[in-house]
Design a protein around this ligand. Structure first.
Ligand code: FAD
Length: 436
């Protein structure tokens, strides 16, 4: 691993959450060299979470970062910016709009589609992911969308304004968040999911059941165990209906395909770097080339505690990865060991997840309000994850407990009167053996 003097220059490919944060953290840590941040999108780096939530409702619903408070002429996109334009000039971060087409690892140089090139001392790949689509007829019809960029979100918002009925294919976070906005704005909404419940990859059956109830209560039709076989047009090139495997055909003048993403690994693979479901990196987020790191949604990294290879799609992961690379490049290397956490807003519900619960064998539920509870997911005696629905205090306590490795057994969590906060208070100060 390259430790020692910082590289003379850092080139970052991808000006999304992870790319921006790398540049910002390098400067915060006093990195004196040249930073070039290259992004394919013709906009300043911005945050994506509002794109499936407040952004779709209109600019007045966007709060925006502190630095943008006040001006009334803003159209909405500015509220998504991570920093205003002056920031990059002030911090001497060269922000370049362009598509990197290849990497020459021997010459340590990247080339862009317009023929320009940049030499690097260290290269950071933060290329993110692209949305998957469906392999069925009709995906090219007008009114059929995927959602990743602000441009996608603007098109979706315009379609929503005209639509009476929307079909969402895929009951993941992005699909359900959009479904909630569409329903709140009075559209007829159908969600079609191939599996037997929503959010199957990311939450427990208990939490998934809550979201099923919530969306149904709000009037959304949820169809599980259903494949889509075709999208049908109205004869004028616009989508009109979705055909399901069982022959049903819900009407749709808007379709959102929310069936997950594919990490952007093409550049890395062409440069000879190992790729398998993402760009493979070690615990320091270095690829097989010691002069190239990969971070954020495009990177597959080893989870410190289990050694399992993971690729995560979250702001926390993108920011955590970026900070670690900035620390390494400024002389403080460490292995990546951060607790993953996520959130989603749908209707008036916020779910917050700390840790990774897959493979759990025991669940303990805290709280008897069906609209505000936490599910503790254990594997054996080990607490793996906590899903909090409208219980933000539980989420904060869970992050601290899991982050510090404080022990908790399922039987203690199930005891009457147990709270995460009180358990944390009892074990303030660090890892301890399980209670009892
Ligand atoms: C609609 C939506 C809602 C979300 N909501 C949440 C949420 O509520 N909570 C949460 O934690 N996470 C959420 N996420 C996920 C989160 O936004 C991502 O995990 C995060 O943006 C990943 O950051 P990244 O920098 O790895 O990738 P990205 O933000 O995707 O940035 C990658 C950038 O690289 C550029 N790029 C790729 N290849 C090249 C190239 N060859 N040359 C130049 N540029 C290139 C791309 O154009 C893109 O701009 C959401 C994502 C979406 C799309």
């Amino acid at each position: 691993m390259a430790v020692g003097t910082p590289p003379a220059s850092v080139v970052i490919v991808g000006a999304g959450q992870a790319g921006y944060q790398t540049a910002a953290s390098l400067r915060e840590r006093g990195y004196p060299g040249r930073i070039t941040l290259i992004g394919a999108e013709d906009t300043l780096p911005y945050e994506r979470p509002p794109l499936s939530k407040a952004y779709l409702k209109g600019p007045e619903h966007l709060k925006g970062p502190e630095h943008l408070k006040g001006p009334e002429h803003l159209t909405g996109d500015e509220h998504l910016w991570l920093r205003p334009a002056e920031y990059y000039a002030r911090q001497s971060i060269d922000l370049v709009t362009g598509v990197v087409t290849d990497i020459d690892p021997a010459a340590r140089r990247v080339r862009l589609a317009d023929g320009s090139g940049y030499d690097y001392g260290h290269l950071v790949l933060a290329t993110g992911a692209r949305p998957r689509t469906l392999d069925v007829p009709g995906t090219g019809l007008r009114g059929v969308h995927t959602l990743r960029s602000v441009r996608d979100a603007a098109a979706l918002r315009a379609s929503l304004a005209e639509a009476r009925s929307a079909v969402v294919v895929g009951a993941g976070f992005i699909g359900l968040e959009f479904a909630a906005v569409a329903r709140e704005s009075g559209r007829e909404v159908t969600v079609v999911e191939a599996l037997d419940r929503p959010l199957a990859r990311v939450v427990s059956a208990r939490t998934a059941e809550h979201f099923t109830r919530l969306h149904r209560r709000e009037g959304t039709r949820l169809l599980f165990g259903q494949g889509v076989t075709a999208l049908h047009g109205d004869g004028r090139g616009h989508v009109a209906a979705v055909e399901l495997a069982d022959g049903r055909r819900p009407a749709a003048d808007l379709v959102l395909i929310g069936v997950g993403v594919t990490p952007r690994t093409g550049l890395a693979a062409a440069a000879g770097l190992p790729v398998s479901g993402g760009i493979i990196v070690d615990s320091h987020l270095l690829t097989a080339d010691p002069h190239i790191s990969a971070i954020g949604d495009c990177a597959v990294f080893p989870q410190a505690r289990s050694g399992d290879r993971l690729r995560l799609e979250s702001v926390q992961n993108a920011v955590g990865h970026a900070q670690l690379v900035a620390e390494r490049l400024t002389g403080t290397p460490r292995a990546y060991d951060e607790l993953p956490w996520f959130w989603s807003d749908q209707f008036s519900t916020t779910v917050q997840i700390a840790g990774l619960g897959h493979g759990h064998d025991t669940e303990v539920v805290l709280g008897d309000n069906p609209d505000a509870f936490s599910v503790l997911l254990f594997r054996g005696e080990e607490l793996r994850a906590v899903e909090s629905v409208n219980r933000p205090a539980d989420h904060l306590a869970a992050r601290r407990l899991l982050g510090r490795g404080v022990g908790l057994r399922p039987e203690d969590a199930a005891a009457p009167g147990f709270t995460l906060k009180a358990h944390l208070a009892r074990h303030r100060g660090g890892p301890v053996a399980p209670v009892g």
